[in-house]
Design a protein around this ligand. Structure first.
Ligand code: NAD
Length: 430
C-alpha cells in the first residue's frame, strides 16, 4: 500500500485517485475549487462518467479515498504525487502550463522527505525538467524528490475500464529508482510498461493523439471524395480496416473530432514543431480537415432548409462523444452556432449533456427526450452516437417532424431502411 496524492480532481485526477484507491492504496485528491471538493465529499460527481460514482463511493466508504483543498494536508505524507491539472490550449495552440506551474509550487511548499512527483497531465516535451525546476526552487531544505512522466491514455466514456485495464503504461524519467517505484504501482496490471526518458514519454502521448486524430481526418477526407463519386465510405473503411496493417479503429467518418484532448494536443504538437523551425504540414492539415468537416456539415444542413429563419432543427446528441457530458470542443457547438446565425430555431436533446450545453448555448431549446426535440422539426441532426438513438422509434419521429429529413453526422443509420420509411437521409461520405 502506498500513500498517494492526486492534484486536480477532473476527469483524469478523479479516475486516477479512485483507481489507485480501488487497488488498496491510501489516496487523497486535491483541488483548488472548494465547491468541487465539497461536492465530492458529499458523494456527488462533478461530471458524468459511467461507473465512476460507484467506484468513488466504495473507495471513499472504505476510507481509502479522501478529498481536500489543502496541499499541507495531502503532500507531506504522500510517497507519490500525481499532477493531473488541466493544460488547455493557450494562444497559438501552445499548451497553457500555468495550472501545472501553480500546482508544482503548491506541492513544493509542502514537501517532506522523499517524494516522487508524477506528471500525468499532458504536458509539452520538456515539461519534466520545467516541473523539477519549479520544485527545486520552492521546496524546503531536506526535501528529496524525483519527477517521472506517466502520460494518461484513458478515454472519457470508458474511463473506469481504462484505468482498471490500461493497454499500456508509459513511464519516463532520469531517476531509474523513481521510475522503478512508479512501475510497482502498476504491477498488478498485465499491461506492458514502456520505460524511457522524460522527453520520450511526453512525446509518446502527443504522437498517440496526433495519430488517432490523423486517422479521423484521413477518413473524413476520403468521405468527402466518396460523396463526389457515389461511393460509401463505411464500406470503404471496412474494406480498408480488414488489412491488418491498417486495422479498423478510428476510421469512422463523421463530423470530426472534438473533446478536450485531440484538438488541443494536435495544436500543441504543431506549435512545438513550429517553434523548432519545422513545418508540421500533416498536423496542420489534420486540424484544417477537422474544421472543414464541421463547416461542410452545417452547409449541408442549410441546403436542406429553404428558408432557414422559418425552420426548426432537431439535434440529437450534444456531447463531443457518447457516454460523457463533456462539451469541450464538441462539434455540436460550431454546427449549432452556424444554424443559429442563420436564424434557425434549434431544439436539442442529449441524454446527459443538456445542462452543460445550456450554459454555452442559452438560446437553444433543450428537450426532455428525442421525440420532443423532433417535434415540428424540418431536419433532424444526429451529432453524437448515443446508444439510445440507434434504436429510437423512427416511426414516431417521422410523425413528429414537419419535414422528414435526417442528417446523420455519425453514420449510425441504414440509408435504405430510412428511405423506405419515408425519410430523406443524408449521411457523411455515403
Ligand atoms: P479537467 O479540466 O477535467 O480537470 C482539471 C482539474 O484540475 C480541475 O478540477 C481544476 O480545478 C484542477 N486544478 C487546476 N489547477 C489546479 C491547481 N493549481 N491545484 C489543484 N487543482 C487544480 O482536466 P482533465 O480533462 O482531467 O485533464 C487533465 C489533464 O489530463 C490534461 O492535461 C489533459 O490533456 C490530460 N488528459 C485528459 C484526458 C481526458 O480524457 N479528459 C485523457 C488523457 C489525458
Amino acid at each position: 500500500m502506498s500513500s498517494i496524492a492526486v492534484i486536480g480532481t477532473g476527469y483524469v485526477g478523479l479516475l486516477t485517485g479512485a483507481g489507485f484507491a480501488d487497488l488498496g492504496n491510501d489516496v487523497i485528491c486535491v483541488d483548488i475549487l472548494a465547491e468541487k471538493i465539497a461536492m465530492l465529499r458529499s458523494g456527488a460527481m462533478p461530471f458524468f462518467e459511467p461507473g465512476l460514482e460507484e467506484l468513488v463511493r466504495r473507495t471513499a466508504e472504505a476510507g481509502r479515498l479522501h478529498f481536500t483543498t489543502d496541499f499541507a494536508e495531502a503532500i507531506p505524507t504522500a510517497d507519490f504525487v500525481f499532477i493531473t491539472v488541466d493544460t488547455p490550449p493557450g494562444s497559438n495552440g501552445k499548451a497553457d502550463m500555468s495550472r501545472v506551474e501553480s500546482a508544482a509550487r503548491s506541492i513544493a511548499g509542502s514537501l517532506r522527505g522523499r517524494t516522487i512527483i508524477i506528471n500525468k497531465s499532458t504536458m509539452p516535451v520538456g515539461s519534466g525538467g520545467f516541473v523539477a525546476e519549479i520544485i527545486r526552487c520552492h521546496a524546503p531544505r531536506g526535501a528529496d524528490f524525483a519527477v517521472v512522466s506517466n502520460p494518461e491514455f484513458l478515454r472519457e466514456g470508458s474511463a473506469v475500464r481504462d484505468v482498471r485495464e490500461p493497454d499500456r503504461v508509459v513511464l519516463g524519467g532520469d531517476d531509474a529508482e523513481a521510475v522503478e517505484s512508479v512501475s510497482e504501482l502498476y504491477a498488478t496490471f498485465s499491461a506492458p510498461i514502456v520505460k524511457t526518458d522524460l522527453r520520450t514519454a511526453e512525446m509518446i502521448k502527443y504522437a498517440s493523439n496526433a495519430m488517432l486524430a490523423t486517422r479521423i481526418s484521413f477518413i473524413n477526407e476520403i468521405a468527402a471524395i466518396c460523396e463526389e463519386f457515389d461511393a460509401d465510405v463505411r464500406v470503404v473503411a471496412r474494406g480498408m480496416g480488414l488489412d491488418p496493417r491498417i486495422g479498423p479503429s478510428f476510421l469512422e467518418a463523421g463530423i470530426g473530432f472534438g473533446g478536450s484532448c485531440f484538438p488541443k494536443d494536435v495544436k500543441a504538437l504543431a506549435f512545438m514543431a513550429a517553434e523548432k523551425d519545422l513545418h508540421p504540414q500533416l498536423l496542420n492539415s489534420v486540424l484544417d480537415i477537422n474544421a472543414d468537416q464541421r463547416r461542410r456539415f452545417a452547409r449541408k444542413v442549410l441546403s436542406h432548409l429553404p428558408v432557414p429563419h422559418e425552420s426548426t432543427v432537431a439535434i440529437w446528441g450534444l456531447s463531443f462523444k457518447q457516454d460523457t457530458d463533456d462539451m469541450r470542443e464538441a462539434p455540436s457547438i460550431e454546427i449549432i452556432q452556424a444554424l443559429l446565425a442563420q436564424g434557425v430555431r434549434v431544439q436539442a436533446y442529449d441524454p446527459v449533456a443538456n445542462h452543460v450545453a445550456e450554459t454555452l448555448m442559452p438560446t437553444v431549446t433543450y428537450c426532455r427526450d428525442p421525440y420532443e426535440a423532433a417535434h415540428g422539426a424540418d431536419a433532424l441532426l444526429l451529432l453524437t452516437p448515443w446508444n439510445e438513438f440507434r434504436q429510437a422509434n423512427m416511426e414516431r419521429v417521422l410523425e413528429a417532424m414537419r419535414q422528414p429529413v435526417v442528417l446523420d453526422g455519425r453514420n449510425i443509420y441504414d440509408r435504405h431502411e430510412m428511405e423506405e420509411m419515408g425519410f430523406t437521409y443524408v449521411g457523411v461520405g455515403r
